[in-house]
Design a protein around this ligand. Structure first.
Ligand code: IPM
Ligand code: MG
Length: 385
């Protein structure tokens, strides 16, 4: 051992203790997961939809989604079977003041809802503050991140099932540093965590007449974690003999998505958290950019729907926040409506969005419509259908 590392013996001992305690916590979590496999799907007498503005352009785009929901759910809001609840406090300023990724009162308000529509929240890079997104996914146990991408002119109709609570994200803010010389982060994969996302993906494929699932890992390198992910996915796949399952490594899959010879064979993707994060941005770009894609975070008790882009601080700094495009959050609203058992309203919004995009081009710059103008055009299109 070099002098530098010998001098850090106390830090090494602390790191070993830290690792021991992480390991214990994760063993407990894995045990809880494997015990809670039963479906606790809820049928609510009333559905409370929480609207979380978030940071930057978030409140601007969520405002348009709110107008749309008020319009489409007019009857339900009147009869009280649906309630919209605005939750304002999930801002970077409040989170810094509370020294927490989600202040306690905000988390309590969020947990009093059934489904959530959430604008982007700022994730500070470095430091120890965990991302609000990651914390929410964990606190609400939103284990399936479902992201559809479709480009009919290219024959693309993909649905990504990204595992949403494990991998590099579980302990992403709990890594180890030994002085300035060495850093280590941890990646966590559990059997129960993998099994439930695999089931979600294969059930979706079966229910929607899809006959191909692509499992994406890097199990040749990440032998333990991705190795387990791949093994469990193969096990689950054997329960769905009508569905063909192939495994690809993440590197070649990033190439396949832009390979016209390959990409049309894909339907459903099943992947660990970080690969899903990266691949879905690439896929969304083929559809017109991350501003056009919505995302569903599903658990057994809660579900949260969000835009897949960030809070666009540069747009706000340039004073151009009012030009933010609400398309991604509105795609998420389509998914929300379908999730709460209103497929017809979801369809109406989805068609309305296509019509509004043709009528009122918007691209997040001052050259085109503002967010509110797009909202007006959309409401007009919705009235027509
Ligand atoms: C996403 C985002 C988040 C993620 C960030 C904001 C934490 O990129 O939803 O894809 O990494 O999952
Ligand atoms: Mg992402």
């Amino acid at each position: 051992m070099t002098e530098e590392f010998r001098m850090n013996q106390a830090e090494i001992d602390r790191a070993v203790e830290h690792f021991r305690s992480l390991l214990k916590q994760q063993i407990l979590r894995a045990e809880r997961l494997s015990e809670s496999e039963t479906d606790r799907g809820n049928t609510f007498p009333k559905t409370v939809i929480g609207l979380i503005g978030g940071d930057g352009i978030g409140p601007i785009i969520v405002q348009e989604a709110k107008r749309v929901l008020e319009f489409l759910l007019k009857e339900e809001l009147k009869s009280g079977s649906v309630e919209l609840k605005e939750i304002d406090g999930l801002t970077i300023e409040n989170r810094i003041a509370a020294g927490k990724a989600i202040p306690d009162d905000v988390l309590e308000a969020i947990k009093s809802c059934d489904v959530l529509l959430k604008g982007p929240t700022t994730t500070p890079s470095g430091g120890t503050m965990e991302s609000a997104n990651v914390t929410l996914r964990r606190e609400l146990d939103l284990f399936a991140n479902v992201r559809p991408v479709s480009v009919s002119s290219l024959g693309i109709d993909w649905t990504f099932f990204r595992e949403n609570t494990e991998g590099e994200y579980t302990l992403g803010s709990k890594g180890i540093a030994i002085g300035d010389a060495l850093t280590m982060d941890f990646k966590v994969t559990t059997e129960a965590g993998t099994r439930r996302i695999a089931r979600a993906a294969f059930d979706f494929a079966r229910k929607n007449g899809k006959n191909h699932v692509a499992v994406v890992t890097k199990s040749n390198i990440m032998k333990k974690t991705d190795g387990m992910f791949s093994r469990i996915c193969r096990e689950v796949a054997s329960e769905y003999p009508e569905i063909e399952t192939d495994e690809y490594y993440i590197d070649i899959m990033t190439a396949n998505l832009i390979n016209p010879e390959m990409r049309n064979r894909f339907q459903v993707f099943l992947l660990p958290n970080l690969y899903g994060d990266i691949l879905t941005d690439e896929a969304a770009q083929l559809q017109g950019g991350v501003g056009t894609a919505g995302s569903a975070n599903l658990g057994t008790r809660y579900a949260m729907f969000e835009a897949i882009h960030g809070s666009a601080p540069r747009l706000i700094e340039q004073g151009l926040g009012s030009y933010a495009s609400p398309q991604s959050i509105l795609q998420a609203t389509v998914m929300l409506l379908s999730h709460i058992g209103m497929p017809n309203k979801a369809q109406r919004l989805s068609e309305g969005l296509k019509a509004a995009a043709a009528l009122c081009p918007i691209d997040g710059t001052a050259a085109h419509a503002t967010c509110a103008e797009f909202g007006d055009a959309l409401l007009k299109c919705l009235l027509d259908r």
